[in-house]
Write a protein that binds this ligand. Structure first.
Ligand code: UDP
Length: 315
C-alpha cells in the first residue's frame, strides 16, 4: 500500500483517482482549493480513515507531513470556458504549481505523474497525434494560457527528471468524460447532455465537422495508474481513439437521452482544434496493452444517469 498525494483531487478526474486509490487500499492525501473542483466530489471519502484533505492552492509552498510514495499532479482548470475566465490562475498552476509539486516530489523522493493534455498538440497538423509530434499551438491565443502552461509543465517535469533524478511520468489526456463533470463547465459532454435532458437546443459550435475522441473516465484512470507505476520516462497519450465529429456526437447524445431537442449552430471558438485523435500505440506497448474497454455509448449512458439525477435534485 502506498501513500499518495493527489493535487486537484476534488476535481472531475482527481476525485475518480482518489476513489480508485482508496478502493485499492492506499492512503490518499487530496489537495484542492475548490477553484473548479467541488467538495461534493470528495464528500463520500471523508468517512475513510485513509483519506485526508488539505484545502490549499498549490501555486504556494506545499507542505505535506510524513512520507509520500507518489504524487498525481492534477490541479488545473481544464475546460476552455474555465481557462478563458481564469487565465492567470491557469498559467500559475501549470508553471508555479508544477514547480512547487516537483520540489515536493524531490524532497520526499516520491515519483510524480503530471497530468498533461492533448492541447500540447494545439490545432494539430499531424493526425492522429503521436507523442513525437511537437504540436501547433498559438501561444498568444485564448487557449494559449492552458496549452503553454501545460507545455511548460512538461518541460520543467523533464528538467527535474534529468537534473535531479526525480522519477517523473507524463500523461497526455485526451477528451475524457463521466460522472462528476460539472454541469456548467462549458465542455461539450455536460453541455450536450444537460441541454438534451432539459429539452433545450443542443449548441453545436461551427458546422460541427471538427472531430474529438472521447474516453470514459474509468479507462483513463486505469491508464494513468499503469503509467504511474511503469518505467516509461517520457509522455504517453491516454485516450479513446474512436474519433467522431461534434455533429455526430450531438446526434448520439440526443438519441441516447431520448430527447426531442433540436440542434442549433453557434460560432466556433477561436483556435478550436479541427481534429483530435490519440495514437495509443505507445500506451499499448508500455502499459501492458492498455486500451479503452468501455464503449462510448455505455459511458454516455452512465454519465446521462448522473446528470439526470443532478437535474432532478436541483428541480
Ligand atoms: N462544442 C460544441 N458545443 C458546445 C460545447 C463544445 O460544439 O456546447 C465543441 C467545441 O467547439 C469543440 C468540441 O465541442 O470543438 C469539444 O469542446 P470541449 O469544450 O469539450 O473541449 P476541447 O476538446 O475543445 O478542449
Amino acid at each position: 500500500m502506498a501513500r499518495i498525494l493527489v493535487t486537484g483531487g476534488a476535481g472531475f478526474i482527481g476525485s475518480h483517482l482518489c476513489e480508485r486509490l482508496l478502493a485499492e487500499g492506499n492512503e490518499v492525501i487530496c489537495i484542492d482549493n475548490f477553484l473548479t473542483g467541488s467538495p461534493d466530489n470528495i464528500a463520500p471519502f471523508f468517512g475513510n480513515q485513509r483519506f485526508q484533505f488539505i484545502q490549499q492552492d498549490v501555486t504556494n509552498f506545499v507542505y505535506v507531513p510524513g512520507k509520500l510514495d507518489a504524487i498525481l499532479h492534477f490541479a488545473s482548470p481544464a475546460s476552455p470556458i474555465d481557462y478563458l475566465e481564469l487565465p492567470i490562475q491557469t498559467l500559475k498552476v501549470g508553471s508555479l504549481g508544477t514547480h512547487k509539486v516537483l520540489g515536493l516530489a524531490k524532497e520526499k523522493r516520491a515519483r510524480i505523474l503530471l497530468a498533461s493534455t492533448s492541447e500540447v498538440y494545439g490545432d494539430p497538423l499531424v493526425h492522429p497525434q503521436k507523442e513525437d509530434y511537437w504540436g501547433n499551438v498559438n501561444p498568444i491565443g485564448p487557449r494559449g494560457v492552458y496549452d503553454e502552461a501545460k507545455r511548460f509543465a512538461e518541460a520543467i517535469t523533464m528538467a527535474y527528471q534529468r537534473a535531479h533524478g526525480v522519477v517523473t511520468r507524463i500523461v497526455r489526456i485526451f477528451n475524457t468524460f463521466g460522472p462528476r463533470m460539472r454541469m456548467r463547465d462549458g465542455r461539450v459532454v455536460p453541455n450536450f447532455i444537460a441541454q438534451a435532458l432539459r429539452g433545450e437546443d443542443v449548441t453545436v459550435y461551427g458546422d460541427g465537422g471538427q472531430t474529438r475522441s472521447f474516453c470514459y473516465v474509468s479507462d483513463l484512470v486505469e491508464g494513468i495508474l499503469r503509467l504511474l507505476w511503469s518505467d516509461h520516462p517520457t509522455p504517453v497519450n491516454v485516450g479513446n481513439p474512436r474519433e467522431m465529429t461534434v455533429l455526430e456526437f450531438a446526434k448520439m447524445i440526443i438519441e441516447l437521452t431520448g430527447s426531442k431537442s433540436a440542434i442549433v449552430h453557434k460560432p466556433l471558438p477561436v483556435d478550436d482544434p479541427k481534429v483530435r485523435q490519440p495514437d495509443i500505440a505507445l500506451a499499448r506497448r508500455v502499459l501492458n496493452d492498455w486500451h479503452p474497454v468501455v464503449p462510448v455509448e455505455e459511458g454516455l449512458a452512465r454519465t446521462i444517469e448522473h446528470f439526470r439525477a443532478k437535474i432532478q435534485e436541483s428541480a
